[in-house]
Every structure is written in C-alpha cells, then in structure tokens.
Design a protein. Structure first.
Length: 115
C-alpha cells in the first residue's frame, strides 16, 4: 500500500503529535486527545489498515487510525493475520461476512491509491 494518503491525515502538522499519539502511559485515557483527532480524520481507516499491515504483531504501540495497541491486538485476533489488508477484505466477503473497519480501510486504499 502506498502512503500517499498520509498527506491528508489530520495529525500531519501537529507539533506535539509524538506526545499525543505515543503517550508515556498505555492506559486508555492517555489516548483521549489522539482518539479525538482520529475521529475527525478523513484517512483514519487507511491509517489503521496500514498499521495493521506493517507493524510487528508483538510490538504494537501508539494510536493509529483511532485504535490503541490493545484494540489493534483484538482486531488482529478476530480477523487473523490478514487484518487490515485487501486480502482480509476479500476473505470477509468470501465468507459472507461484513468486512471489519480495518479491512474496509485497506480495500478503500487499494482502490483509491492504486499505483
């Protein structure tokens, strides 16, 4: 997946983005400001899909696409190793399931940002 969507991210020019999206504490309340930014971001689903596709499964950290590390772990556990990918989207469809948010974002990215 290309990263051209990043230029549309709500967090792009935040001077304190590192502190907001990678807080020192991992308690859910530490992510409140990041979650608010992601809620208004036009590319949050793509961000989430990208994080699920590229981050090491054992080393999830920070807020991506409005999801905390624990929330992304739960998504990956539910959807398997293809969570947040175009292949995951196609698996949901083939099984007659409604694709999850992350897989839907990856599918959108595959269409919108096809090289």
């Amino acid at each position: 997946m290309t990263a051209s969507w990043r230029s549309e991210a709500a967090c792009l020019d935040m001077p304190d983005a590192e502190d907001v999206f990678f807080p020192a504490s991992d308690v859910p309340s530490a992510y409140e400001r990041a979650r608010a930014v992601c809620a208004g971001c036009p590319v949050a689903a793509l961000c989430l899909a990208d994080a699920l596709a590229v981050e090491p499964r054992a080393k999830r950290y920070g807020m991506f696409g409005g999801k905390t590390p624990d929330e992304r772990r739960a998504l990956a556990a539910k959807c398997g190793d293809r969570a947040g990918t175009e292949e995951g989207y196609q698996r949901h469809r083939a099984a007659g399931e409604r694709p999850c948010h992350a897989c839907t974002g990856a599918h959108g990215a595959a269409i919108r940002y096809a090289s």
